[in-house]
Structures are given as C-alpha cells and as structure tokens.
Design a protein around this ligand. Structure first.
Ligand SMILES: [Zn+2]
Length: 156
C-alpha cells in the first residue's frame, strides 16, 4: 500500500528514535522496501544507520571508553564544568559529538565497511586518537548536560 506523503516525517522520526523498519512497515500496512525508500528520501540508509548505532554502543561500553570517562572526571576534579556542582552523578559531554567522530573515522577508512569489517573497525577505533582525546570530554551534571544540549538543540 502507498504511504501518504504527510506521514514521511513521522516515519523518519520513529526510525531515528529506534523503531524497527519491520514494525513501521506493519503499522503503515506496507512493505519493508517502501519504508526503506522513504528513509532514503531523508538521506538515511537504514542498514548503515543500525550498524553505526551498534558500533557506537560497542565503543561506549568498552574498557577504553570507561577509562577515558574516568580520566576526564579526574581532570575536572569530579565537578560539573557548567554548574560547578560536586557530589552528584556526573556524565562526560563530548564537545565534538561522538557520532561525528565515528562518522569521520569511518569516512577515513572507507575501504572497510561496518557490514563486512565490524570487528576490525572496532579494533582500529581503539587506536583512533580523536575518540580518546581528553580535551574533547567535559564532566557535567545532569542539569549542566541538559543546558548544553538545549543550547545546541541536539541529543546527548
Ligand atoms: Zn553531551
């Protein structure tokens, strides 16, 4: 079935929030290929998007990432760099977004693909300096982090 054009942005938004293509196809009573075509109109390749999400997740959960966070916290004396709060849970804000760093990394190594070389790319990422640059991290409280992202109008 044809999906009305007026639904295209809703489909894109649901996909970007994590809904699977097959669920979108079911809800709009259409096929996977038409969902994929709609997303491509927005410059989104569903397969690549999923792989980048997985890759980012793997980076965020690796030992080196945990160490990077600890090192940033230590350097900032466990104090929120926006509000000055201490003694509250702190996160590390990426000054250059993690997604952008990963995309640049993948562009530089475009002879490898996440589809075929996922583990190899993960190993190479362990040595990619921009990912582990302490000056790109900033200790922030939940409140401070919200403030930064509200100003930038971007997700954490
Ligand atoms: Zn952030």
């Amino acid at each position: 079935m044809m999906v009305p054009k007026s639904e295209y942005t809703a489909i894109r938004d649901r996909f970007l929030m994590g809904d699977a293509c097959k669920d979108l196809a079911k809800d709009y009573n259409t096929g996977l290929s038409s969902i994929s075509k709609i997303l491509k109109k927005f410059g989104i390749s569903p397969k690549r998007h999923r792989l980048i999400t997985l890759f980012r997740h793997k980076i965020r959960n690796c030992a080196k990432y945990k160490k990077w966070k600890c090192d940033c916290l230590e350097r900032d004396n466990s104090m929120c760099q926006v509000t000055g709060q201490t003694g509250c849970p702190l996160d590390i804000h990426h000054i250059k977004e993690l997604n952008d760093i990963i995309k640049t990394f993948l562009d530089e190594l475009d002879f490898l693909t996440l589809e075929d070389n996922f583990d190899q790319l993960f190993q190479l990422a362990q040595e990619y300096p921009d990912l582990w640059d302490l000056s790109n991290g900033m200790a922030v409280s939940e409140e401070g982090h919200k403030k930064i992202h509200e100003q930038q109008n971007k997700p954490t």
